[in-house]
Every structure is written in C-alpha cells, then in structure tokens.
Design a binder for this molecule. Structure first.
Ligand code: DMJ
Length: 550
C-alpha cells in the first residue's frame, strides 16, 4: 500500500478566499506535487514532454518558412489595407474552399428549384413570370445541366433528370433545331454525361440526336445549313440567306468526332473534317483571322473584311486548338491555323486602354479598328492558357493573364459588378474609366466566358486571386440576378444597381457552363476533370482526349 503522501491524484491549491495562491506558493506547491507523484507517473509525463519537444523541433522549420514567406511577401508588396487584402488573396483555407463549393451547389439547387417548379421538361425557365420558354422543345436546360449535377455531386437531382431523359425525351419530333446549338448543348451534353457516368442511356440518346442532325451536311458545298428538322430529316439555311455562320460550322467538330469514335461510323468525322479542310484552304482570311459568314452553295466566305473574336467567329479559334488536343496533337493543319490566328490577333486586334493600360481585343472593319469587345471574347484567356499548358509558347500564357485582368475589369468597373454584353474600351489619355458601355449593350445574360477563363488560369497558375475574382462575380450574380422563388434571371442594365431590370430568362448555359465553371474554379482538386484527360466543348461539356493509339 502507498504511503498517504503518494496520492494518485493532483489537487488544485485554492486559497481560503477561494482564489488561487500567489506565484511563489504556486511554484512550491507544483514542486511538492511533482515530488508526490509516483516514479511511473513522472516518467510518463517526461516522456510526453520529450515527444512534444521533438515534434515541435521537426515542424518548426517548415512552419517558420511558410509564415516567413507569407509575411515577407506581404511586407514586400504593400501598405496596411492592401496588406490585408493580399494576405486574404493568397491564403484560402480548406474550410473556405469547401464553403465556396457549397455556395455553388446552393446556387445550382436554387436555379434547379425554379426550373423544376415552373419549367420542368421545357427549354428555359422564365423565373420572374414563373413560366418557361421553348426554343427546340427538347428540355434544353435539363440536358445541358446533366453533367454539372454529376460533377457537383448532386446525385438526387441527377437521378430525377435521368428519369426524364429515359422516359420523356424523344427526338422524333417535327421541329427545326439549330445545328450548332443542338450539337454543343444536346449532343455534347449527352456524350459527356455518358463518359462521366458510363450509363449507356446517354450514348443511345447521343446517337439518336447525332444521326438526326446529319441532313444538315447535305448541301452543294458540304458546308452545313444552320437548321435541321430532326423529325422530317430535312435541312435548310435561315429564310433570308444561304449563308451559315463561320463559328457555327466550325464548332461542332469535337462532338461529331467523338460520336464517330464511339460508334465506329466514319460518316460523322468525315462530315465535320470536310468543313475544316475547306476552311483551312479558303481565301479571304486576314493573317489567320476569319470572316463571320460562309456560303452553303459555293463554300466561300462572305461579308469579307470584318474580323472579330466575338459573336459569329469566337469558337472557330477555340475549336482549332481543342480538336488538335482531342486528337492527340497530331493534326498539324489545325495547329498551324491556330498559331497563325493568334499572331493575327496580336498584330491586328490587340490594343491598350486608358487609364489602366488594360490589354483588350478589338475588331477590324475594312481596315478600321474599333475598340469594341464582346463578353464572348473572354473565352480567349482560357483558350490561350490551355494551349500554353499543352506545350505552346509561354507568351500565350502571358497574354492570357493580361486579357484575364481585362475581363475581370469588365465586371468590376460596372456598378453591379456584372459585365455588359459588349464593352467599348477608352484609348484617349486622360480618360476616367477604361470600360464604357453603350445603352443597347448593358445587358448581362449570365454568360460563362469569364468564369471559364478564370478556371483555366487558376488551374494552371494556382494564383488564388483568380478564385477571389470568381467569388466576387458569384456574389454579384447572387445580388442582382437571383430570383427569390427560384432561378436566376438575365438582366437589362448592369449599370443600375437600384433597378438592373430583369429580363425574365435563365439561359440553359447558366447551369451547363457558368455554375460548372464556378465549381471547378473553386475546387483545388486538379483531377476533378483533369485538363490532361478531358477537353471541354464550347458549352462546357468535357469530352475525353483520345488515347494515343487512336
Ligand atoms: C454558349 O452557348 C457557348 O459558350 C457558346 O460558345 C457561346 N454562347 C453561349 C454562352 O455565352
């Protein structure tokens, strides 16, 4: 039995007044307690202390290096308020990452609630009037959003949508659809959902719509018509012209090439590669830049002399690079055309704005430069960065970073924090603001291009400022476009925070692209749709990069 002084507990020394005794008494009391412990107890405590000491020494250098680096960088770069911003900019905790991802899931659920309650199975939600609009009558929003739900891990919503595809979706309909829009949204959406889930239902549906779109290629020139009746198997150009849009006929290739690979039927690839081969050889380009229209009878460019990276030409450039990547970087004509076009952009369309000196992409009209840049052009930083990642010049990455800043400024210089559809850049010295917007161009359609590029730039540079810029943009969407009863709406006026004037339409690409790219931007997992394994079509549907053997 132990003597009474060796009790197996440690008592607190409390004074008569109930407070703790002074320091000297406490020290004496601690020593006494220590002496009262058994040898085993003392050994155990010493052992734990030694372990803690060793652990501390081992982690000290890396901890102190990290903190040293962080504070060093803060002190090098800034004064007090900016210091705090920089600190926030470069250090995003895993908790914050998760909360941002959750914010995107929440935004998606909110958008989906509106679609489900008021537009289920229809093309687009009209969130303000709580109704819907029909374009092709094929459940466009639902199909466009399938792979987003899968990536955001919204499995319950995905299952409901899949049931609709299995039981309600039919392409056997007497309806005219636009070849480009239905290829990038429907065929692209079904193919990517097939790849992500492995569910053959989506491949069957993709084959069905793909084969129904093929009549569009039966033209005198083999340059496809813009419209197809998927029920009757007939195709035609728009009523007022026999021209098609250049971006439209050259931005359906990723999808039909993949459909050809999956089915083993060569007709799909042959049809779309014929278009690329013809466009490759055509007269009428300017330093690799293409006009906006092409004639379906004679296969020649029309409306020569206007060159833009915006509407009607944009994704031609994007798909040159992406087809080259999809096919394993072997199709050199595609690469040549892409590289020539980048040089053409640099030579003819790049200028600096005032006062900030932002690099922007303007337009050329019969030799005359206009400092006008569509929001659509903001796909370009992402595409340039993707090319640099796949081995093209680092100069492309530098340009990508400059243009990214410009696209961000198109948001941040607006009173709502949301970019207009078209910006005009000021080039006179002494201007107050770089971005000016004409009255007719003040709308915002919930477009994805800037968020898309932020995603690429973040993936490749790991610079947290891109995530923070995206976070600001998401807040602005939530403040000015969110409709309480469900859904998000495009707005008429990005310059009026008091009354941005809802347009009462949620485009399918808000779910298919914008929210998906937000999620991928905020994720720190480079394997979540790895850019070494997938290439995104122009509607944000990831398609596999082909295995080398193919
Ligand atoms: C989408 O349908 C696609 O991103 C297309 O390439 C351009 N327009 C919209 C989004 O802005």
């Amino acid at each position: 039995m132990l003597p009474p002084s060796r009790r197996d507990f440690v008592s607190l020394t409390v004074s008569e007044s109930g407070g703790y005794t002074n320091g000297k008494q406490r020290r004496q009391s601690c020593w006494r307690k220590w002496k009262q412990l058994s040898r085993l107890q003392r050994s155990l405590i010493l052992f734990v202390l030694v372990l803690l000491l060793i652990g501390g020494i081992a982690t000290y250098p890396s901890l102190s290096a990290q903190w040293g680096e962080m504070y060093g960088s803060i002190l090098r770069h800034c004064g007090s308020t900016y210091c705090f911003k920089l600190f926030q900019t470069q250090h995003i905790s895993p908790l914050l990452v998760e909360s941002r991802l959750e914010a995107v899931r929440e935004a998606f659920r909110h958008a989906w609630k509106g679609y489900k309650d008021f537009a289920w199975g229809h093309d687009e939600l009209k969130p303000v009037s709580k109704s819907y609009s029909e374009w092709f009558g094929l459940g466009l929003t639902l199909i466009d959003a399938l792979d987003t739900m899968w990536i955001l891990d919204l499995k319950k919503e995905f299952e409901e949508a899949k049931q609709w595809v299995a039981t309600e979706l039919s392409f056997n309909k007497n309806v005219d659809v636009n070849l480009f829009e239905s290829t990038i949204r429907i065929l692209g959406g079904l193919l990517s959902t097939y790849h992500l889930t492995g569910d053959a239902l989506f491949l069957e549906k993709a084959k069905d719509i793909g084969s129904r779109l093929m009549p569009a290629f039966s033209t005198p020139s083999k340059i496809p018509y813009s419209d197809v009746n998927i029920g009757k198997g007939t195709a035609h150009p728009p009523r007022w012209t026999s021209d098609s849009t250049v971006a439209e006929v050259t931005s359906i290739q990723l999808e039909f090439r993949e459909l050809g690979r999956l089915t083993g039927d060569p007709k799909y690839q042959a049809a779309v590669m014929e278009v690329m081969q013809q466009v490759h050889k055509l007269e009428g380009k300017h330093d690799g830049l293409v006009p906006m229209f092409i004639n379906t009878n004679n296969g020649q460019f029309t409306h020569l002399g206007i060159y833009t990276l915006g509407a009607r030409a944009d994704s031609y450039y994007e798909y040159l690079l992406k087809q080259w990547i999809q096919g394993g970087k072997k199709e050199t004509e595609l690469l040549e055309d892409y590289l020539q076009a980048v040089e053409g952009i640099k030579k003819n369309l790049l200028k600096k704005s005032s006062p900030l000196g932002l690099t922007f992409v303007g337009e050329l009209s019969h030799g005359h430069f206009t400092p006008k840049m569509d929001h659509l052009v903001c796909f370009l930083p992402g595409t340039l960065a993707l090319g640099a990642h796949h081995g093209l010049a680092t100069e492309h990455m530098e340009l990508a970073q400059q243009l990214m800043e410009t696209c961000y400024q198109m948001y941040t210089q607006m009173e709502t924090g949301l970019a207009p559809e078209i910006a005009h850049f000021s080039m006179q010295t002494g201007s107050i603001q770089d971005v000016d917007v004409k009255l007719a161009d003040r709308h915002n359609l919930l477009r994805p291009e800037t968020v898309e590029s932020l995603f690429y730039l973040y993936r490749f540079t790991k610079d947290k400022k891109y995530q923070n810029w995206g976070w600001e943009i998401l807040q602005s969407f939530n403040t000015y476009t969110r409709v309480e009863t469900g859904g998000y709406t495009s707005i008429n006026n990005v310059r009026d925070p008091k009354y941005p004037s809802p347009r009462d339409k949620m485009e399918s690409f808000f779910l298919g692209e914008t929210l998906k790219y937000f999620y991928l931007l905020f994720s720190d997992d480079p394997n979540l749709i790895s850019l070494d394994k997938y290439v995104f079509n122009t509607e944000a549907h990831p398609l596999p990069i082909w295995p080398q053997a193919e």
